[in-house]
Write a protein that binds this ligand. Structure first.
Ligand SMILES: CC(C)(COP(=O)(O)OP(=O)(O)OC[C@H]1O[C@@H](n2cnc3c(N)ncnc32)[C@H](O)[C@@H]1OP(=O)(O)O)[C@@H](O)C(=O)NCCC(=O)NCCS
Length: 159
């Protein structure tokens, strides 16, 4: 798995996508808040497993919470975190399988990257991808050569 680099100074606007998701799909994309930590973490555990659950828990330890979520009514449809495993890193992120292809992942990505830009970063790193084409297409991310030896290199595995 390699990392990717994204230039934050010319991010595409997510405004039209946000409006379309809200009006056509009744999907709200917003920053998660502390009282729903248990619900978001449980959902990520169930949908994506223990590693991402751990990373989301860290995102909820930050203020403001460094996790964006997509919801329809009371149902969580997707999530995206930043600065969980390393400073300036985006991820993890995921959309519920049945809701993919609607633009949820792209909007969660844009919201997270905008948050990082507001923190003062000019570039962001997508850690350990994953679907490189998705990131290339959505925000022009480029593979960082040599990055396969990464922060996840010695990740502990359950024996
Ligand atoms: C990657 C993921 C988050 C994308 O979520 P999504 O909500 O389906 O993404 P979107 O609908 O916003 O897709 C935006 C665009 O990227 C494209 N795209 C989505 N997933 C893609 C993929 N895996 N490969 C290539 N293109 C992809 C879509 O077709 C869409 O193109 P369009 O703008 O021309 O319509 C989702 O597939 C997922 O949860 N995958 C499993 C978890 C994962 O791999 N997370 C990333 C870890 S680094």
């Amino acid at each position: 798995m390699k990392d990717m680099l994204v230039r934050l100074l010319e991010l595409p606007s997510g405004a039209a996508l946000e409006q379309r998701l809200l009006e056509k799909e009744k999907i709200v994309v917003r920053r998660a808040i502390a009282p729903e930590k248990h619900l978001v973490c449980d959902w990520v555990m169930q949908a994506f497993g223990a590693y991402w659950h751990s990373e989301v828990e860290v995102a909820f330890s930050r203020q403001p919470v460094s996790c964006w979520i997509a919801q329809r009514g009371n149902a969580i449809l997707g999530f995206a975190c930043y600065e969980s495993t390393a400073r300036n890193f985006f991820g993890p992120t995921g959309t519920l399988e049945s809701e993919r292809g609607k633009g949820i992942g792209k909007l969660l990505l844009l919201k997270s990257l905008e948050s990082m830009r507001e923190m003062g970063y000019a570039y962001a790193i997508i850690g350990g991808v994953g679907p490189a084409e998705f990131y290339e297409k959505a925000v022009g991310a480029k593979i960082i050569e040599g990055s396969e030896i990464s922060i996840y290199q010695h990740l502990l595995r359950k024996p």
